[in-house]
Design a protein around this ligand. Structure first.
Ligand SMILES: [Zn+2]
Length: 400
């Protein structure tokens, strides 16, 4: 299997990159890979790195290809981070490497997976290296959009733009790589809305599917103010638990690394510099935990949006399948009850909650509660919307 097989629904990108790798046509010293989350920007960069190191343009089988893909090739350096930002120290190491001749006969390749997280200082260190590349140096930066990278760097890079893969491409990929049955692959591809990692998780993990089912069933369960409150609480709790399952292990590894770096374990005592370093690490871990929680909530909100969007599509009779095909009956009810306007208003309410949490730091629970209330169906046809009635009930409750 060639190095490109993991790139899903990105044919134009594969054509131009494999062309550059095998013929040198369009080859340059700095590349910027952009694309929506889950489209595979860093996979594309790593596949390209393998193709450049391979004698056969990315066969996927030779020693060069295999070591690049496994992350152990001597001439491919990667910055990959779980941190919120990439500091100048991490970049300096890569910059030093970029000035060296490759150990092998081909290229010295440096990949920065989350170039949008570079601090300004790190950006500047990188800029100098990108401005003065050696003959054999290739930089590959990855970021969600070109706007995430300083114009001075952007202007020196050839742009590679990945797009959201189609559901058919994703389903096909799941069948090929995971060997899952067609119907499960089709479901996971639709529900992931083109996010490959999410599609894989949905296709291979029962718990992930169960959590999504829980979220997309919320609209049908929202009948009363009490149901809205408990849906908010439940969503908040389950997403916190899911986020913690990711960060707890990571936190422990980082603490152990820190202890090892300061010799706390061998010497059995803590040097003076240890306490501030530990405090700084814990601060960052706390920020990261909060951010992961927001990420998980955000994904749940997008799943919720997909149900109301299906309802709008059904209400206006739009052609094509639903994201939540398995909920067609419930979606039809939502479409009949709310019409396109009612369901569009609900989508607005979800985006408003998202903005409150992500932009204005409104506590998650508060934003979710007020959102769930505005998702309630209208109760009194004569006296305006149930959302408004419920909102004033909520205010009364708050004042009591
Ligand atoms: Zn190869």
């Amino acid at each position: 299997m060639s190095v490109w097989h993991g790139l899903v629904g990105q044919r134009p990108v594969v054509t131009s990159l494999s062309g550059a790798a095998s013929t040198g046509h369009g080859m340059t010293h700095a590349w910027l890979f952009t694309g929506p989350p889950g489209s595979g920007r860093s996979n594309a960069a790593i596949a390209f790195a393998a193709a450049l190191q391979c004698e056969r343009g990315g066969c996927g089988e030779c020693h060069e290809c295999r070591t690049v893909l496994a992350g152990s090739h001597a001439d491919v350096g990667v910055i990959r981070t779980q941190r919120l930002s990439i500091g100048v120290d991490q970049v300096r190491d890569l910059v030093r490497r970029s000035a060296l001749a490759p150990a092998g006969r081909r290229w010295q390749i440096l990949v920065v997976e989350d170039a949008d997280r570079l601090t300004d200082q790190a950006f500047n260190a990188l800029l100098k290296a990108i401005e003065e590349p050696t003959d054999r140096t290739v930089w590959m930066l990855c970021a969600p959009t070109v706007e995430d990278v300083l114009p001075t760097i952007r202007s020196r890079c050839r742009l590679v733009t990945l797009t959201t893969p189609s559901a058919a491409d994703v389903a096909d990929f799941l069948v090929r790589t995971l060997g899952v049955p067609d119907d499960l692959a089709t479901y996971a591809a639709r529900a992931s809305q083109g996010h490959i990692g999410r599609a894989r998780a949905l296709a291979s993990d029962d718990a992930t599917r169960a959590r999504r089912r829980e979220v997309v069933s919320i609209p049908t369960r929202l009948r009363t103010l009490g149901a809205a409150m408990s849906a908010a609480a439940q969503l908040n709790e389950t997403s916190k638990a899911e986020a913690e399952s990711i960060t707890t292990e990571l936190d422990a590894v980082e603490r152990a690394d820190l202890d090892a770096a300061y010799g706390v374990v061998e010497r059995g005592r803590k040097p003076r510099e240890y306490a501030p370093a530990r405090a700084a690490l814990e601060r960052e871990q706390k920020t990261r935990a909060k951010r992961r929680h927001l990420d998980v909530v955000d994904r749940a909100l997008m799943d919720l949006v997909s149900v109301y969007r299906d309802a709008v599509a059904t209400a206006v009779g739009a052609p094509g399948g639903l994201v939540n095909e398995e909920l067609r009956e419930q979606v039809t009810t939502l479409a009949e009850d709310g019409g396109p306007e009612g369901n569009l208003r609900r989508i607005d309410a979800i985006f408003a909650a998202r903005e409150q949490m992500l932009e204005f730091n409104v506590p998650v629970m508060l934003a979710l509660e007020s959102m769930m209330v505005s998702l309630l169906p209208p109760v009194d046809p004569a006296g305006g919307s149930g959302g408004a009635g419920a909102a004033s009930a909520l205010r009364r409750r708050g004042n009591a």
